[in-house]
Design a protein around this ligand. Sequence first.
Ligand code: NCD
Length: 322
Amino acid sequence: MTAEAAILPFPHRHLLGIEGLSPLEIGHLLDQSETYVEVNRQAEKAKSSLLGRTIVNLFFENSTRTRTSFELAAKRLEGDVINMSVATSSVKKGETLIDTAMTLNAMHPDVLVVRHPDSGAVKLLSEKVNCAVINAGDGSHEHPTQALLDALTIRRRKGRIAGLTIAICGDIVHSRVARSNIHLLTTMGARVRIVAPRTLLPTAADRFGVEVFTDMREGLDGCDIIMMLRLQTERMHGNFFPSIREYFKFFGLDYEKVALAKPDALIMHPGPMNRGVEIDSDVADDFGRSAIREQVEMGVAVRMAVLQILAANLPSTDPRNL
Ligand code: NCD
């Protein structure tokens, strides 16, 4: 770390994951995001902190909300955004991840936002390029901006994160959202529970510093936050549960299970939701208790903050020109 970097509140070139970030660094990202929530609620939303910067969204996996959210965030800061989806790129012609990255790198982007189906692929790519890299989800590893937007939603609704009991429920083993949230919420002093059928729990789940439950009634008992996860069937090879009906009966969130949590417990889901699979439709749409739409709103603010902070950390002269 250079002397200059040492005084930065977020002294990192990339945002590859939440693991390893300090409470102060996470707090700084959340505070900066908070300032953009108000900006986004005004008719005039543009701020020019990314003027002249190029942001490339490089998505090797399908995405609606995350990609749109990053695009909107960059545009609200007046950055130039290019969306590259694999369906139309030369990856389909057999180009490797690294070749694609090197080609884009030669065009001098400032920030690459990358989603990839393989855990670790985004870190590998970040080692080959000169720009800042944001992990928009790598396999079942990490999805740091999702955890930040969840934390911002919780902090705004509950006034704090420390001391809250947060139950993360469902397909934990395949979920990068669960992994990033576990790192963030435990680092910020929350009590985290993971609740899932045994087949959807990671091996050695207790090593994550969380409490592990295989029964929703016990896992939800007295909690402040219920965070539901999508069943990631696209990452499943084989049978992980007998049937959708049975899964919903034991692990789907309906009002009967909601009643086990605190009366003011907040319901969250990163989306996309499978209604009637992991969450009952009425529960998902319950305006008073569900924060699902607010999570989407917070996503734009968080991505504005992360883009702005990483762009500001870039050296003013591109080392390739020296
Ligand atoms: C999550 C993802 O892609 O990991 N969704 C998202 O970012 N909005 C969760 C999921 O796909 O279930």
